[in-house]
Design a binder for this molecule. Structure first.
Ligand code: CP
Length: 292
């Protein structure tokens, strides 16, 4: 069908193929999909995912329908399913971001056009993970044997959930560090200061205050000192190691303000790669039905 809702649905070969197509677009590959119409249904705020999808659609030549819930019949009680089914009568693919985990479960298999997950609650963020993988491959030329330390709000992070699964599948060693309140029971957690000099990649996660049911029991200063990338920790990183963050960044909390654009940071490169990954995902879905 061409939907992409969870990277678990793709084989390693399919993932590598998407990265390769993204590289082709980055190198100047041009296509004309002006006969295709895409709808972007965003039920949560977004800058990177929403506008990099719009940029990708525009660069592919697609026509785009934008959506505003407050101007739609959802305000009269229409369900997500009926809204998406309605859009599927008009367009060739639908991008959806929603605050509900697995919002796509009753859509995929019933909606007659590809559904692309732009992030579901604390569940998954497949296109973010693909752009993270592209950034890592550009840097190191491989995945097998690389060590990554993911630090921060693991329990609420759809980015972490998708990355942990796919990075382990690709042969990377994934280490996690988080305050006890933001850990997940089934995972082992390591000490940030013990691991920082061992890893190739340090990935910071945004503290998702909007998803916290209970107040995080430490001050912002304390969080930065214990779990933030401070200048002191930065100096312990290996020469070749890089910094990643899916953004938006709470500057001075997850990472010292001065490090966001430092030599080791790939944060803005990740954002640029996002546009090429989303071109590849859309191209594959719209032209080949290659995604499940
Ligand atoms: N990384 C990411 O998904 O950012 P947005 O919430 O701005 O889309």
């Amino acid at each position: 069908m061409g939907s992409l809702v969870n990277l678990k649905d793709l084989s390693v070969e399919e993932i590598i193929e998407i990265l390769d197509i993204a590289e082709e677009f980055m190198a100047g590959k041009r296509v004309d999909l002006s006969d295709k119409l895409v709808a972007n249904l965003f039920f949560e705020p977004s800058t990177r995912t929403r506008y990099s999808f719009e940029a990708a659609e525009s660069r592919l030549g697609c026509q785009v329908l934008s959506f505003a819930k407050e101007a739609s019949s959802m305000l009269k009680g229409e369900s997500l399913y009926d809204t998406v089914m309605t859009f599927s009568q008009y367009v060739d693919a639908i991008i959806i971001r929603h605050d509900q985990d697995n919002f796509y479960e009753d859509l995929v298999g019933n909606i007659p056009v590809p559904i692309i997950n732009g992030g579901d609650g604390c569940g998954n963020h497949p296109t973010q993970s693909l752009l993270d993988l592209l950034t890592i491959r550009q840097e190191f030329g491989k995945f097998e044997g690389l060590k990554i330390l993911i630090v921060g709000d693991i329990v609420h992070s759809r980015v972490a959930h998708t990355n942990i699964e796919v990075m382990r599948r690709l042969g990377m060693d994934v280490f996690l560090s988080a305050p006890p309140a933001l850990q997940e029971n089934q995972e082992e957690f390591v000490d940030f200061d013990e691991m920082i000099s061992e890893v190739d990649i340090v990935m910071l996660l945004r503290v998702q205050f909007e998803r916290h049911r209970e107040k995080l029991n430490i001050s912002q200063e304390e969080y930065h000192k214990l779990y933030g990338l401070t200048v002191e920790r930065y100096e312990k990183m290996q020469d070749h190691a890089i910094i990643m963050h899916p953004a938006p960044v709470n500057r001075g909390l997850e990472i010292d303000d001065s490090l966001v654009e430092c030599e080791k940071s790939r944060i803005f490169k990740q954002m640029k790669n996002g546009m090429f990954i989303r071109m590849a995902v859309l191209y594959r879905a719209l032209t080949r039905g290659g995604l499940k």
